[in-house]
Design a protein around this ligand. Sequence first.
Ligand SMILES: *[C@@H]1O[C@H](CO)[C@@H](O)[C@H](O)[C@H]1NC(C)=O
Ligand SMILES: *[C@@H]1O[C@H](CO)[C@@H](O)[C@H](O)[C@H]1NC(C)=O
Ligand SMILES: *[C@@H]1O[C@H](CO)[C@@H](O)[C@H](O)[C@H]1NC(C)=O
Ligand SMILES: *[C@@H]1O[C@H](CO)[C@@H](O)[C@H](O)[C@H]1NC(C)=O
Length: 202
Amino acid sequence: MLVVMKILAIVYILRLIWAMEIAPERHEVEYINKKYLKNLSVVFRKFSRNSPLYVSMELESLVGVGDNMTLKMALYEYLAGHYIPTPLNVAYTFCDFLYHEPFFGQMYAKQFPENWTCPFPAGEYHFVNMTIHLENFPYTIPFTYSSMIVRTRADVQGFFTHTNEEVFRWKTFIKITQKMNPKDVKKNKAVKHNINKELALI
Ligand SMILES: *[C@@H]1O[C@H](CO)[C@@H](O)[C@H](O)[C@H]1NC(C)=O
Ligand SMILES: *[C@@H]1O[C@H](CO)[C@@H](O)[C@H](O)[C@H]1NC(C)=O
Ligand SMILES: *[C@@H]1O[C@H](CO)[C@@H](O)[C@H](O)[C@H]1NC(C)=O
Ligand SMILES: *[C@@H]1O[C@H](CO)[C@@H](O)[C@H](O)[C@H]1NC(C)=O
């Protein structure tokens, strides 16, 4: 019963929310395994107030990496002094993510140098000035919706699938602002559609 009530509350509130502004604010590389990565830097940047958000990812890898590495991504919501897990928690093998994940995977893959293939050989990589497009963020995030501004943290971790050995771990702090726009009927339909998907997962 409690579960049902919670779902109804989420649906009710989501109906009012028509758009999200997703703004990555801060980034921390927490761990790199020096056996495999010489260095790794991820920097978010805006060049002016209204410029798109850019991300630059630079690294030097001492080993090749393909589907033998798994990426784990988990989203946390800041609530009453703690980051608590949301249901958004996914794992992809590395190449599968770049070739097949329809939103983030494709967003990055499209901006890599044209001739890339996965697995990647060992070497230095400079993916500079990739733009981040979050306007059509396709996933419903079932927050508790305690307020219109939700502070979140996305943890991304890479590890070798067969040994479970960690390769890197980073955290991105993201501010999500819910916006209401009663005129946008089309988006409302999209949101409702996503709710159904989310409920199917529960
Ligand atoms: C990583 O190390 C390489 C080789 O020493 C260096 O050229 C590169 O600038 C470093 N990259 C970062 C992001 O620190
Ligand atoms: C992972 O796969 C890549 C590409 O196939 C290979 O070069 C690398 O040695 C493998 N790494 C490990 C730790 O198995
Ligand atoms: C991709 O093309 C660039 C520039 O033409 C070249 O320097 C690089 O070695 C190529 N990479 C691969 C994996 O073929
Ligand atoms: C990244 O974009 C900024 C703003 O357009 C530009 O000033 C800078 O030179 C670019 N960096 C690279 C390496 O392309």
